[in-house]
Structure formats: C-alpha cells, structure tokens
Design a protein around this ligand. Structure first.
Ligand code: ATP
Ligand code: MG
Length: 240
C-alpha cells in the first residue's frame, strides 16, 4: 500500500519563519495526532494556523524541526508525491476551468459512477432517499459531469468548492486531510454539510481542521489552541 497508510502525524520541534530577518511564526511546536483522529486548530488571526497547514505541503519549509507522517519525514518525499498523497482544502480553493469531471478527476483515473458516488457522499447531489442537499447547493450543476466549470470555479460558492475538494479526497482515499475553514461566511447549511461529511465519510482519515469557532469542531476528538505561534491548549473540546 502507498504512503500514508495510517495517517499518524508528529510535529517535532517545529519552528517556522518566513525569512531569516523575520520573527518566528511557529515556535517549537511538538504534538502527535493518532491515525483517524479529528483535530481542530483554533487561534486568533495571525496565530500561525494557515502556516501550520501549509507546512505539511512544504509551501513553507521548517526553519527547524520536522513533520512526520506515518514516521516518514515529509522533507524526504518529493513535492509532487507529497501533494498528491495528502489533501489540503484551502480557505478559498482555486479550481481550474474545464468540466466537473476534469475538476474531480484530473488524471482521468475514475469511472463516472465513482465520481457520482463521491459527489453523493459530500452531499452535492442527493443520495436517493436523502433530502440532505441544502437549498443553497445547485444540485443540477453537480448532477452532470460535463457541466462547465469557469476559470477559478467562479460559478461555485466557496463552500461548494470546499465540498468539491472533499469529493476529490474521497476519490483518492486520502488518509490525511487538512482543511482551512473559509473565513468568508460559508452559509450555515453548507457548514453543516461539511461537518457531516467529515464525520461520516472521513471516519478512517486523520483530519486537521482550522476553524474560526469552537462550535465547528465541538464534536472533534481534540483541539489545538494556537497563541502567537505556540500551543496554548491541546485538549478535548469540552475541556476548553
Ligand atoms: P487567519 O486566521 O487570519 O487566517 P492564521 O492563524 O492563519 O491567520 P498565518 O496566515 O499562519 O495566520 O500567519 C501567521 C503569521 O505569519 C502572521 O503574522 C503573518 O503576517 C505571517 N505570514 C504569513 N504568511 C507570510 C508570508 N508569506 N511572508 C511573511 N509573513 C507571513
Ligand atoms: Mg489562515
């Protein structure tokens, strides 16, 4: 099986600054996340949440320390490989123009039926009996894989783009998912759909969700509270 098989995460003495003459943004972070654990990351603006997420994809390299996924130091893995095996759902995903099919299946690897199944599992199209699709979601567009996707995915809302990224992660059977919750208000229904998808469809995957409210991650296993690039708390949500 291909790495990562379990999705265990370990940060060892992680220090990050963006340039030698700039201050540290993350100060010596040490933490471990077990396979399949759902962990929220909270903290005020500028506390280093996105920097932490980006460092898993080596968009920022550690100044000191290292990140291990299933005991492999991610700095030893090729960038393309690394970025295709972990999934990041950014604050505002960029989506290339094309069709819904090409968006979800960049390398033409999957059957249409598998792609429709992934769209169902993220609630972008109705799953038979369920009325789970929110009124906000344009189910017609998602029911046709030939639907046109305009440059940047401008015909989708931010929440829909995040759900599309999650559908892609399901197709890839991604074991590690990092999600940077949209800052721009995602409507309540879409927020619920994202939460439901994480609980039910990614039960076996390790999830790190950057959230703006404790409410979003209240049913997660644990929450990291970042304060100025340091871990102030790492505990069950109920204890915060
Ligand atoms: P928000 O809640 O607003 O998204 P955040 O917790 O995600 O904030 P980061 O984006 O990780 O915060 O930023 C942490 C610190 O690093 C901030 O002081 C920010 O100004 C700085 N920073 C972020 N990106 C860069 C960059 N590319 N170059 C230099 N400094 C940066
Ligand atoms: Mg951020």
């Amino acid at each position: 099986a291909s790495w990562p098989t379990d999705g265990a995460i370990k940060c060892e003495n992680l220090v990050i600054r963006y340039a030698p003459d700039l201050p540290n943004v993350l100060h010596n972070l040490n933490f471990e996340i077990k396979p399949g654990e759902k962990v929220g990351v909270l903290g005020r603006t500028g506390s280093g949440k996105s920097t932490l997420a980006l460092s898993f994809f080596r968009f920022v390299e550690p100044t000191e320390g290292r990140i291990l996924v299933d005991d492999i130091d991610i700095s030893t893995i090729g960038l393309t490989d690394l970025r295709s095996r972990l999934t990041i759902i950014p604050q505002d995903p960029t989506i290339l123009s094309g069709t819904l099919r090409s968006t979800l299946d960049v390398f033409n690897e999957y059957e249409d039926a598998e792609i429709y199944e992934a769209l169902r599992r993220v609630h972008l199209i109705p799953s038979g009996d369920s009325a789970a699709v929110s009124d906000e979601v344009n189910a017609n567009v998602f029911s046709n894989l030939d639907s046109h996707v305009s440059e940047g995915g401008e015909n989708f809302s931010t929440g829909e783009k995040q759900l599309l990224c999650m559908a892609r992660a399901l197709l890839k059977r991604s074991k590690v998912l990092l999600m940077d919750e949209a800052t721009a208000s995602v409507d309540y229904a879409t927020d619920e759909l994202i939460g439901k998808t994480i609980r039910h469809e990614f039960a076996q995957s390790t999830i790190l969700t950057i959230a703006h409210r404790l409410r979003t991650v209240i049913d997660y296993d644990r929450v990291i509270l970042l304060e100025e690039g340091r871990i102030a708390e790492f505990d069950k949500p109920a204890n915060l």
